[in-house]
Design a protein around this ligand. Structure first.
Ligand code: PMP
Length: 410
């Protein structure tokens, strides 16, 4: 009986049918097998591709200093810690990493989780609960939505980057309601755009709402100290919960929260996704520590600049070939910035997968983002540059993407 119900639930789902039919017809963009390190070019199933589908924005995944950090931790602590942070899973490298992150962000304290996903789920579900209000951007990452749903708080969605909508939602919140937490990304992973953080921060303060910014994709990239988009907008001191992943720019695995000592102690006691999971492997902690130190150095500054320059080269080259790469992200001083993520909007899922395949066959590995990573009928090809892409690789990628786009009639 139970099995029958389960079978009914697992069949007849149009997304599963689409997945199966495209897998058979053209080969899907998912679960492809990488045969080399994540670098500007990667070996995928026997052929070299220019990698434009990785979050390795700073090009650190195969950097000797990061490898060494991982290797030293592996040699000292072995392959695994085999326990939670709470019990036997805290090593001195965690404390060094947390102290380094807190000093970097200028916060009282910081705490490292096993993954960025767990960081969001554990934190949000610990700091708000029934009777509270959580406002999330419609493009917020799944881990933010999942944490908000798990918390039991009322969840409202604001239209993407829409300050007017945020004002309306905050204005409607009853005065006698509990806490209000607004959560936005510093850099949206699919659209590649930065939210108007100054207005969002001002509005939160006017309405007495707390603000959490997920800097998963902006850490290491923006701001004088490269702590993320909030710093670029000069509002980092007003962000109550500063979250980031260690799995993208820092090229390791993990996530962290930086903030007040009180909040971090609350998480140490209440964040179930922190308490009830095994600590990250020593190599990940060692790599994270080496990466954070590198990002804070002159080399980090150079790599961030290079990634943004590469993004501008890619955007300009595609735009010159008539491809819509969207607008630059506006900055509070009236200027604007490129980001390492360039979204090619396609709309239809099958057209997007076909375009992915055309690029793949010609030597570019990109990411195809379909629902639920993006809204229904909002399929897009996500192109991410790395600091380590060469001019020649970008030139060739522009040629391939332009040719493939013309063939797919996007
Ligand atoms: N937040 C955002 C905005 C993300 O894009 C991601 C990962 N895609 C996460 C959190 C989760 O981080 P991790 O991959 O380290 O679990």
């Amino acid at each position: 009986m139970t099995v029958n119900r389960l079978t009914r639930r697992l069949s007849g789902d149009d997304r599963i049918e689409l997945f199966r039919s495209v897998r058979e017809a053209v080969g899907i963009p998912y679960f492809r097998v990488m045969e080399s390190a994540t670098a500007p070019t990667v070996r995928v199933e026997g052929a070299d591709k220019i990698m434009l589908g990785s979050n390795n924005y700073l090009g650190l995944a195969d950097h000797p200093a990061i490898r060494q950090g991982a290797q030293d931790a592996l040699d000292r602590f072995g392959a695994a810690i085999t326990g939670s942070r709470l019990l036997n899973g805290t090593i001195d490298l965690h404390l060094e990493l947390e102290a380094e992150i807190a000093a970097w962000h200028g916060t009282e304290d910081a705490m490292v989780f096993t993954t960025g996903y767990q960081t969001n789920v554990g934190t949000i579900s610990a700091v708000v609960g029934p009777g509270d209000l959580v406002v999330v951007d419609s493009a917020a990452h799944a881990s933010i939505r999942d944490g908000a749903a798990l918390s039991g708080a009322t969840v409202r969605t604001m239209a993407h980057n829409d300050i007017g909508d945020l004002e309306r939602i905050l204005g409607e919140a009853r005065d006698d309601a509990g806490a209000t937490l607004v959560i936005v990304d510093g850099l949206y992973s699919m659209e590649g755009d930065i939210p108007p953080l100054r207005e969002i921060s001002d509005m939160c303060r006017r309405h007495g709402a707390a603000l959490m910014v997920d800097e998963a994709h902006s850490l290491g990239m923006f701001g004088p100290a490269r702590t993320g988009a909030a710093e670029l907008f000069g509002v980092h001191e007003y962000v109550d919960i500063r979250m980031a992943s260690l799995s993208k720019g820092p090229a390791s695995t993990g996530g962290f929260i930086a903030g007040s000592a009180d909040m971090l102690d609350t998480l140490r006691v209440h964040a179930r996704a922190f308490l009830f999971t095994t600590s990250g492997v020593p190599a990940a902690i060692g790599a994270s520590l080496a990466a954070v130190r590198l990002i804070r150095s002159e080399e980090g500054a150079h790599r961030a600049r290079r990634a943004l320059d590469n993004a501008s080269v890619l955007r300009t080259g595609l735009a010159e070939n008539g491809i819509d790469v969207g607008a630059l992200s506006p900055l509070p001083d009236g200027g604007s910035t490129a980001t390492p993520i360039v979204a090619l909007h396609v709309g239809d899922d099958v057209v997007a997968m076909n375009l992915w395949r055309l690029m793949f066959d010609r030597g570019v590995f990109a990411s195809a983002a379909l629902y639920p990573a993006v809204p229904r009928a909002g399929a897009l090809l996500r192109l991410c540059v790395m600091a380590s892409h060469t001019d020649e690789q970008l030139r060739r990628a522009i040629e391939i993407i332009s040719e493939s786009t013309a063939m797919a009639r996007v």
